[in-house]
Design a protein around this ligand. Sequence first.
Ligand SMILES: [Zn+2]
Length: 348
Amino acid sequence: MTNKVPDSLIDLCTELGQDINLVQGAGGNISIKQGNDFWIKASGTWLADARKSTIFVQLGLKEVLTAFENGSNDFTDCIISTNGLRPSIETSLHAIMPQKVVVHVHSINSLSWVARKGGDKLVAERLKGLSWAWIDYIRPGLPLTQLIQSVIKDKPRVDVLMMANHGLVVAADTVDEVKDLLKDVEKRLLPPTVTSSAIDEAKLSTLLKLLPEGCRLAKNKQVNILAQSEEATELIREGALYPDHVVFLGHSMPVLEPNELHLLKEVLPASPHCALIKGLGVILGSSCSLSEEAMLECFALLAPTLPAKAELSYFSAQQIGELLNWDAEKLRQAADKMRQSEMENAKK
Ligand SMILES: [Zn+2]
């Protein structure tokens, strides 16, 4: 039994973490089981950082499963070697899967289906031949793992989970197998109508001239599609379709007319620290974090793959409140802020 995360898994984390179509910001997590050693990504860390910093926590598998069976979702007591990191809020989900390697991503291709009403029927044909299950939306953490357990317990080994309003899980016994499976599933889930419209550079230049001091535009120009495309603005304006959007951007995106930029000083200090300027682009305030920016990128990629608002399954006010008031998410936001300030200090 090796007492370390295999290099092949670190490579996989880095590869997936650098692909914005699969992982955005601190989202997504990976685990591996070696006997009773259970390694899981830490809460608030980024998969993309796997090579340059420690992102895994080592836990005892039996201990995690016992704590879960006892109704707990706090696994800090199951940590084998402490490194100051907290296990992912999705730890129990990884633990109950019988496969050795579990990968969970909020990929654009999976979100495009799990955000739709009746998504289970829409993906059935595409996933035909795979051992997969649909999991209705329920808050991540203990309730989600309990639901997964009840769904998969009577089925032959399930390798793929499509989680409504959340994302995708693929599981296999080796790193290579999980990689192949993820590739296969992603290919099957590729949405048929990706009408990624090009960014209007002239409008962006106009916005750049109007940009107030301390503000910036997103690194990825495509983010501006959220303001340049009326359909995309409509989709993001009021409402959220998956947990990380709620956690990092809230559920209501400020939209201003180009002649309302004086309102930015009231809008930008509050979360989500950015605003859509109708027809022009997206302005990011000085306190807009990399995670907020990553979630904007996510929605900019997702929006062109989505049908009209009426066919989507938006979170209810109650579901949003449940996510925002959940202590585990507050800790994840805090860990993410810590990473951001460490990066800023490193730059100085
Ligand atoms: Zn997730």
